[in-house]
Design a protein around this ligand. Structure first.
Ligand code: SF4
Length: 687
């Protein structure tokens, strides 16, 4: 079929909503991104990032690159037939040669073989992002486990929603949303915690605002005043790192006041008695907040919230404000406990983790995790989580990283440590759309198709599979094609001619995608599990849960006193920093900063400081923690953050914000504690 006559509908990759997009294309270039009116995820609209975030296509990597350093380091080792082809490398810039595709593939395969011969498969780690398709994500883990035979495969969920997977899995057996986004219109109450929804998931926020106008009650809890609070019936401003304390206090209130759904608990859940005993005997109660100066009123809010959720159909939504803590898994589990206590699973009620990238759910579903294979099966060998890969780089037990679209040197924590660890790498191969911090350290960079240029399936935060087709043509390979080509060179034939072939192979291992075919997905998007007859599942857990016994499992987790809460009890004042995202930019901003319209709205990381500090804090400051120092940041004085608490974004590498965070992470799945770090504020000049 002629490209011009093909169906052209893609998905926006800039958040877990994964909105359907269309485009006006002139002379092979996108002129305008348009919403798809019938879009199930977008609701027929797009936010500014979705509309304007396409200018990067003019600056994308349009070739394959091999570093001078790689050639220099290996020049005496290349086999003859490879060394004579080095004449086909042409100087590109100060770091890289431009390489023909086949030569870059041969060089990468040769180096991987050398690492495998000299060391073991366990010396290689594969770390991927989740903006790429299901096909590439599935093949990535297949490449790691079955071609390289390393168990070390991970994806960017490590730094965002891994605690949602672990917390929900232990409770209801499925680490995913129980409802599609449109169920928000059926809920009586929407309880949002740790999600700056208007900025991070705009088209979900737009549904919440519409639902509010139609009569739903909205509860929002966060550590600072965020825009969605304008629409809230109850806004709770919490101390830093107190989510679990707050959630357990609501549970205690419900149990003590008999505000629980006994029938639901008896028929659908187990381990309630043990949970109840722990909740009552531990001090995580509403009275706790009375001891925290400035937070005494939360006691009353807890009573109101307990009442509302126990009597109404409630959807519990959360974001990284819950997961990026040392007790992220426990807090997710505590949210699930509240949903079970109130019997809130079914139509118009349930749990809705607002996941970050548009395919982070999918990357986990297909097994890009060190402890789960495709369909959450337990792999033969458990691999390393990304923070452990960094430690193993330092002690020499990792020698090579194959990276698929994850800018570890910018968006991960403890940048000073990671940058040092990367000095020990013998080989770094990167597949990327844009130059960024990690491409600059790579030995070989493969330019790849962006989501607007390829065919593939994506699974968003409501478990919805979308088939995305190219809006424009591009002659770069897809990630999966590179992996298949390297596999061939390593002696394993992977006979995939099209992305559909890859998807069909993936489906043999992923039961929840079983009934999804390209043909069906061309007609409409589908929420997994998709049954063989093509019917799908917008709402889960209506009759039973996905645990082996079909029951919801209560788990109690005690709150551990720390950080700002401890300071408040001890009457101390120290500065704490919280970080997040602003609507116009996406993650490391590599794809969004080329768009003038977006960068005009938010073009640098701004530090929010409460206005009572105007006399002591200058207009430009640096932050320092025990792990590192930021670069100079511009200050904006505001009332939206509390005294001694700070907020900024990490979009721009030059700010070096993630150097401030260390190795403290979620107890279970090592998601970094990006939402709280103690810092010093140092007044600085703007130079
Ligand atoms: Fe939709 Fe999110 Fe893209 Fe905005 S950023 S258009 S809400 S997917």
């Amino acid at each position: 079929m002629e490209f011009e006559n093909m169906q052209k509908t893609s998905v926006c990759t800039y958040c877990g909503v994964g909105c359907e997009i269309d485009a006006k294309v002139t002379d092979g270039k996108i002129e305008k991104i348009l919403p798809v009116k019938e879009g199930k995820s977008s609701g027929g609209e797009l936010c500014i990032k979705g509309k304007y975030g396409f200018d990067f296509l003019n600056e994308r990597i349009d070739t394959h690159l091999v570093s001078y350093e790689f050639i220099e380091k290996n020049k005496d080792k290349f086999p003859f037939e490879l060394s004579i082809r080095l004449a086909n490398l042409y100087e590109y810039d100060e770091k890289f040669y431009r390489s023909p595709y086949s030569l870059a593939l041969d060089l990468a395969a040769w180096k991987i073989k050398e690492i495998l011969n000299e060391y073991t498969p366990n010396h290689i780690a594969c770390i991927g992002g989740a903006r790429t398709s299901i096909e590439s994500a599935w093949l990535f883990q297949h490449f790691a486990r079955n071609i390289l035979k390393t168990p070390n495969v991970d994806n960017c969920a490590r730094i965002c929603h891994s605690p949602s997977l672990s917390g929900l899995k232990m409770s209801i057996g499925e680490g995913a949303s129980s409802v599609e986004f449109d169920e928000l219109f059926k809920a009586d109450v929407i309880f949002i915690i740790g999600s700056n929804t208007t900025q991070a998931h705009p088209m979900v926020a737009s549904r919440i605002i519409k639902a509010k106008r139609r009569g739903a009650k909205v509860i929002v809890a966060d550590v600072r005043e965020i825009p969605i609070m304008k629409f809230a019936d109850i806004s709770v401003i919490l101390p830093f790192e107190s989510n679990l304390l707050f959630l357990n206090a609501i549970a205690r209130e419900m149990i003590e006041k008999d505000l629980i759904n006994k029938d639901f608990i008896e028929s659908r859940c187990v381990k309630y008695d043990e949970y109840k005993e722990n909740i009552i005997k531990h001090p995580d109660s509403k009275e706790y907040f009375e001891k925290l100066r400035g937070f005494e009123h939360i006691r009353g809010q807890i009573e109101e919230i307990a009442n509302l959720i126990s009597k109404n159909k409630t959807i519990f939504a959360w974001g990284l404000g819950v997961t990026e803590h040392i007790d992220g898994t426990e807090a997710v589990n505590a949210i699930s406990n509240l949903a079970m206590l109130s019997g809130n699973f079914g139509e118009g009620c349930g749990v809705l983790p607002l996941r970050g990238q548009n395919n982070v759910q999918g990357a986990c579903d297909v097994g890009c995790l060190p402890y789960y294979g495709p369909d959450y099966t337990i792999p033969e060998k458990i691999g390393l989580m990304t923070p452990d890969v960094m430690d193993h780089l330092i002690d020499g037990r990792i020698k090579a990283i194959i990276n698929m679209g994850e800018d570890i040197l910018h968006v991960h924590p403890n940048l000073n440590k990671i940058k040092k660890a990367f000095e020990n790498l013998e080989f770094l191969m990167v597949m990327e759309v844009m130059r960024n911090e990690i491409t600059e350290k790579a030995d070989i960079v493969f330019g790849v198709k962006s989501a607007y240029e390829k065919t593939g399936v994506y699974v968003n935060a409501e478990r919805r599979l979308h088939l995305s087709t190219p809006l424009v043509e591009c002659d770069m390979p897809d990630d999966w094609e590179i992996l298949a080509e390297i596999s061939k060179r390593l002696g394993s034939e992977l006979e995939f001619k099209t992305s559909e072939d890859v998807f069909e192979s993936c489906k043999k291992e992923v039961e929840r995608f079983k009934g999804a075919t390209y043909e069906r997905l061309r007609k409409k998007s589908l929420c997994w599990p998709v049954r063989v007859d093509g019917s799908d599942s917008p709402v889960l857990h209506t009759e039973s849960f996905s645990t082996p016994d079909g029951k919801g499992h209560f788990h109690y987790h005690p709150y551990h006193l720390r950080g700002e809460v401890k300071d408040l009890l001890e009457n101390k004042r120290r500065w704490y920093l919280n970080t997040g995202r602003e609507l116009p930019q996406y993650n490391n901003a590599a794809q969004t900063k080329p768009s003038g319209k977006l960068t005009k709205k938010y073009g640098e990381d701004i530090l929010l400081v409460n206005e009572i500090h105007k006399n002591e804090i200058s207009e430009f400051v640096k932050l320092r923690s025990k792990y590192g120092e930021s670069n100079v940041l511009k200050v904006k004085f505001t009332k939206t953050v509390r005294p001694f608490t700070l907020y900024t974004t990490f979009h721009f590498a030059k700010s070096n914000i993630n150097a401030l965070f260390g190795d403290e992470h979620d107890h279970k799945v090592k998601t970094a504690r990006f939402k709280s770090v103690e810092v010093e504020v140092i007044n600085a000049d703007n130079n």
